[in-house]
Design a binder for this molecule. Structure first.
Ligand SMILES: Cc1cc2nc3c(=O)[nH]c(=O)nc-3n(C[C@H](O)[C@H](O)[C@H](O)COP(=O)(O)O)c2cc1C
Length: 550
């Protein structure tokens, strides 16, 4: 999508514009039939991730007609998967092609654009406080918040949140995506991970010391740039709204919240204003977590709603998370991979590193990282990268595997291939102790600590070529295959042979000769090279035959 071609009054798309862009790009399913948000809605979207549908075919879902298990209908539509069901959808939201997402993130982090304050805001067209928040059908109970994991989750959960709080010492605001379980029409059970050092939790600790409740605004539905920043770790004391401004290419408009002292995005859909108790905690969960297991019931934060403001035509957003791949893993991966690569190349100065790939299906992007190197990088450099990758992020890189560019880490078979032929466990594996257990179910063993495994599965020496016909033969055969009308091919790497360094010009010529039908000439050559005094299986090069390297 060409950013220049888009013209929005405010300088950036809001959620309505974004949905229009998805519709125009044929990346949206619109579901108009009545759907139960407690039992049907998320299981339906889940099939998109567990039904053998390729990533490229995934779309966002807009539900226009929602009911619940109490038989109540909702006036607000709900969109799921609109932010990051695929990198392409993410690119539409950010207004850049997928290949530019990393670069765009780098620029935004380097040059944030502070927000601009406005007096009137569409997010405050409707204002509910006091009694209008109480009881069934009011307050939070009027919002179509879906049950994410029916059968396990104990409440409808807000997942696509941007939770804004302010540091009471510096005055700088933080914005993070934290889940919120609906407890009552005016109460939310909020989870802020302590071991992930969430900005909201660090503010909460300061308010607690001061003996005050923490003001917080939970934004649900907003311009995509804000939604993309919320789940990312940004340097402490950087206002994430200004990073969103840089992603959007224009200052984000903010307005004073109605009942608390915070600035909230003026173009948001729904703003839930409230106070987080710093004295008491309340049991929260079970809830299906992004690490793919159910987070069991634990004491978490109590958010008391002071007001809800919203657009008259608000659209509610939900992110589908839990077992990966999911929208939750895509939204993190597309930004984390380039950030990880940037760190290793620019801060650590690793040479020859081409990509970082975080494994997504079932493992949830953090635990298994691949470093993809060009050929010929010295082992010491590969190891420097492996050690550095293990410490980039406390939750990231439990297993870090270095491979060469011909290995596609998204293909498990290719990874096993590299481990099988390019790594010697006694020489190429290191185990490091004392790793934080990261994001996952509690560990019962090893005092709760985890361990890191580093594997260098790159080529250390030249190897003979891959034993498949060379590229020209395979390409010609593909044309023939298609002309014959045989079933459609989905080429899997490696689909042609190529040199891994140990090969000679003479063998190439002999191969070509055989393909040209002149194999007997090769036979005449070998007859001339006959020897008496050699053991069977001796390499021709070990008896002084001079073969020029290719
Ligand atoms: C869909 C989704 C749900 C998330 N839920 C939570 C959560 O419940 N609690 C939490 O602490 N982090 C959660 N995260 C991760 C945080 O958003 C992420 O760590 C972010 O960096 C936190 O922002 P902060 O660093 O400004 O605190 C979630 C991320 C996504 C994408």
């Amino acid at each position: 999508m060409n950013r220049e071609k888009l013209s929005y009054g405010r300088g950036y798309p809001d959620l309505h514009d974004h949905i229009e862009n998805l519709r125009a790009a044929d990346l949206l399913y619109e579901i108009d039939c009545l759907i139960n948000k407690d039992t049907e809605l998320m299981p339906l979207v889940r099939w998109q991730f567990r039904g053998g549908i390729s990533e490229a075919q995934r779309k966002a879902f807009l539900f226009n007609n929602i009911t619940d298990s109490r038989g109540r209908d909702y006036t607000i539509p709900l969109v799921v998967g609109a932010l990051a069901t695929t990198p392409e959808i993410y690119g539409v939201g950010m207004g850049v092609p997928v290949s530019k997402i990393g670069e765009h993130w780098g620029q935004a982090l380097a040059s944030p654009i502070p927000p601009v304050e406005v007096n009137e805001a569409v997010c405050q067209e409707l204002f509910f406080e006091g009694n209008r928040l109480n009881g069934e059908g009011n307050g939070l109970d009027a919002l179509p918040v879906p049950l994410s994991t029916p059968g396990f989750d104990v409440a409808p959960y807000l997942t696509a949140t941007s939770c804004i709080s302010r540091d009471p010492e510096t005055g700088i605001q933080n914005m993070g995506t934290y889940r919120g379980g609906i407890k009552a029409s005016n109460r939310i059970g909020l989870k802020m991970f302590v071991n992930l050092r969430q900005g909201g939790h660090s503010h909460w600790s300061k308010y607690k010391q001061q003996g005050k409740k923490m003001p917080m605004a939970i934004i649900v539905g907003c311009p995509p740039a804000l939604a993309y920043v919320s789940p990312q770790k940004v340097r402490e004391n950087v206002d994430e709204i200004s990073v969103a401004g840089a992603l959007a290419g224009s200052p984000i408009r903010v307005v004073k919240a109605k009942t608390i002292d915070l600035l909230v995005p003026a173009d948001a859909e729904i703003v839930i204003e409230g106070l987080v108790d710093t004295n008491m905690l309340e049991p929260e969960g079970p809830f299906g977590e992004s690490h793919g297991h159910i987070n069991l019931e634990e004491f978490n934060f109590i958010f008391e709603v002071t007001a809800i403001t919203r657009r008259r035509n608000a659209i509610m957003t939900s992110i589908i998370s839990q077992v990966t791949p999911s929208e939750s893993s895509v939204i993190k991966r597309v930004a984390m991979e380039p950030k990880f690569l940037h760190h290793l190349k620019e801060h650590i100065g690793i040479k020859g590193l081409k990509h970082v790939s975080l494994h997504e299906p079932l493992t949830n992007i953090r635990r298994l990282a691949f470093l993809i190197f060009e050929r010929g990088v010295p082992s010491t450099e590969v190891w420097r990268a492996l050690y550095s990758a293990a410490h980039f992020d406390s939750a990231c890189g439990k297993f870090v595997i270095a491979v060469n560019e011909d290995i596609n880490p998204a293909q498990g078979d290719a990874v096993f291939w590299a481990l099988a032929y390019r790594a010697n466990p006694a020489l190429d594996v290191e185990i490091l102790k004392h790793r934080d257990r990261g994001h996952g179910p509690a560990l019962e063993r090893g005092d709760g600590e985890d361990t890191t495994m580093l594997i260098n599965a790159t080529l250390k020496t030249d190897m003979p070529p891959i034993a498949l016909p060379t590229k020209n033969f395979m390409e010609d055969a593909k044309e023939l295959w298609e002309k014959l009308g045989l079933p459609a091919l989905k080429p899997e790497s490696p689909w042609h042979g190529y040199s891994l360094g140990d090969w000679s010009q003479e063998w190439s010529e002999m191969g070509q000769r055989a393909a040209d039908g002149a194999y007997m000439e090769n036979g005449r050559r070998s007859a001339q090279l006959r020897k008496k005094d050699v053991f069977p299986n001796t390499s021709i090069r070990d008896v002084g035959q001079d073969l020029k390297d290719e």
